[in-house]
Design a protein around this ligand. Structure first.
Ligand code: TYM
Length: 338
């Protein structure tokens, strides 16, 4: 459905997601957050997607974040988000609204509870220390809750790493509603499958911070082939977590049923003990390269035209601001804080 950007008070937001502008996206970002949006869009629902630049400054210098904003918009569109059907906005274009709501929400969660959020606990165990980590890290889930609740979004496609933040959002919405009346719908995480795309090799999930194990949407065809050839798989007959993740990538990016059947046949042979991982990698290379070729061509066209991207964000900001202010008015009324 084409979205009517001029109609005000049009605000039943079914699905929303955000991506931080922190450099090139990986196929895991696509599969975790964008693919479900495209699917929903094809069902006639108008999605909302935004560029989470305020979240990006948690661990990045604000000046370095600017350069990636237009790139994320171009990525969204080249991946299939249709600017005529979706609202695409920049989080900081409604910075006042969203941080005001975050302030109201933050009253409903304790410091101890925030310190127990698994993502933060994990970071503090691995690479951050309470003495040096800035407070935005603590507030990250509250700001994320504000993004979701200010839009009254019902479904939020995210990868597994963000599920804990959706739980915080649900908790805040419930607590707020209980005290001040039913303002917020309780949002749900939306995933294609339980989605944790693993690094191609080494430990952990596929992530920008481990580039050797990640396929970036901007990788050259040669780089993709090299990375997949070097990927760790599994011994004949064994299905481990990593191979499952590779299979998921192949299946989700495959362009037709014939390719998906080919994957099934290879995995069947693998399960019965045949040495077919080389063949599987060849097929995976072909599938990923086809997906990226198509994406990169579209993206190159879009980035040629920054004024087009600017106009999309301008249109999006207008709708996002209207929606945000309506919610904020309701919240302030409920709080008797006007
Ligand atoms: P960001 O940019 O870090 O990640 C964007 C999306 O990619 C998903 N993702 C993955 N999914 C599967 N497997 C992986 N290995 C993998 N790595 C990343 C993330 O889960 C995410 O969905 N906090 C958000 C940005 C945000 C947001 C929001 C999202 C801010 N406010 C409100 C939804 C609603 C984030 O992690 O961005």
């Amino acid at each position: 459905m084409i979205y009517d950007f001029n109609k005000s008070k049009q605000r039943n937001i079914e699905v929303l997601t955000g991506i931080r502008p922190t450099g090139d996206l990986t196929i895991a970002n696509y599969l975790g957050a964008v693919a479900p949006i495209i699917k929903i869009q094809s069902q006639g629902i108008n999605p909302v997607v935004f560029v989470a630049d305020l979240h990006a400054i948690t661990d990045r210098e604000p000046a370095n974040v600017r350069q990636y904003i237009y790139e994320v918009v171009a990525d969204y569109i080249a991946l299939g988000v249709d600017p005529q059907k979706a609202i695409i906005y920049l989080q900081s274009d409604i910075a006042g609204e969203v941080t005001t709501l975050a302030t109201f929400l933050a009253r409903h969660i304790s410091v101890a509870e925030l310190l127990r959020v698994p993502t933060l606990k994990d970071k503090l165990k691995k690479n951050a220390r309470p003495e040096t980590a800035n407070t935005l890290l603590l507030l990250y889930p509250v700001l994320m809750a504000a993004d979701i609740l200010i839009n009254k979004a019902k479904k939020v496609p995210v990868g597994e790493d963000q599920l804990a933040h959706i739980e915080v959002t649900r908790l805040l919405a419930r607590r707020f509603n209980k005290k001040y009346g039913e303002i917020f719908p309780i949002p749900q995480a939306l995933q294609i499958k339980s989605l944790r795309i693993l690094s191609l090799k080494g430990e952990g999930k596929m992530s920008k911070t481990n580039p050797g194990g990640a396929i970036f949407l901007t990788d050259s065809m040669a780089t993709v082939a090299k990375k997949i050839k070097a990927a760790e798989t599994a011994f004949e007959g064994v299905i481990n977590k990593r191979l499952k993740s590779h299979i998921l990538i192949a299946k989700e990016l495959a362009k037709n049923r014939a390719e998906r059947n080919e994957i099934d046949d290879i995995i069947k042979a693998h399960k019965s003990g045949k040495p077919v991982m080389g063949k599987f990698k060849q097929l995976l290379i072909q599938i990923v390269q086809n997906f990226l070729k198509d994406f990169q061509e579209k993206r190159a066209e879009i980035t040629k035209n920054p004024s087009y991207i600017h106009s999309i964000l301008e249109k999006g900001a207008k709708v996002a601001r209207e929606n945000a202010n309506q919610t904020l008015d309701e919240v302030k009324n409920a709080l008797k804080f006007i």
